[in-house]
Design a protein. Sequence first.
Length: 276
Amino acid sequence: MTTFVQLTDLHLRPRGAPALRIAESNMLTARAVKAVRALSPAPDAVIVTGDVADTGDPREYAVAKELLGALPVPVYVMPGNHDNARELRTAFADWPGVRDAPADHFSYTADIGKIRLVVLDTAVEGKPYGQLGATQLAWLDARLGEAADRPTVIAMHPPPIRTGLAHMDTYDLRDGADLAEVVGRHRHVERILTGHVHRLIISAFAGTSVMIMPGVSHQVELTLELEARAQIVLEPPAYGIHTWIGSSLVSHMAYVESYPGPYPFNPDQGVSWPGY
């Protein structure tokens, strides 16, 4: 069985500075790392689907290396719209995958047990939206074509779909239709994993599915009103656990924090409850 964890939207800050002056993102990321370290069985790897940092400050990547470096498995990072791709590449230059990325885009492949991971670089410097571009799409087509017998997961930051959250959809992946054309030619793509929207969202896409994971730092308000303002909410931080079982990829969302339980399904012996 192959299992990997997905963290996203850490929005790490220099020490002592909360994200957006509200979210204690460094503390929440430390708690997420602690939760992942406690998983049993342990995952084979961790992927971080963008917005590792909040502003792209080198001090934020120093914090990221310290926190993520506590994970005892390979960690695969990629840039989001809040990241500075050059600073991220410099800080994590010796980490898995990063050292193999081409000079002109932050993309690479990695093997996680039975799963082949393809990381894409959607970052557009100074812009809140994402874009892949023709060169990277051609690279992706070639990478998918060279391992058609391997179940493959594509990981990137913004989703290539509309979510119904109008203010977030303005910061979408600009060439999602071009990505669909490439992905649609390769039936072994099991899932496209993203972040960016700070909510759990699942959708069909190009013969596969897109799964957006909630953020570690904070969430975005759930509202389908077309004129809604962009606002964050301090809903529980969460992460993804993706497991290859038999012949399919099964995905779970897990909360970072601990809650009461677990409790047995059945009542204690000698206690009678209606319906049991």
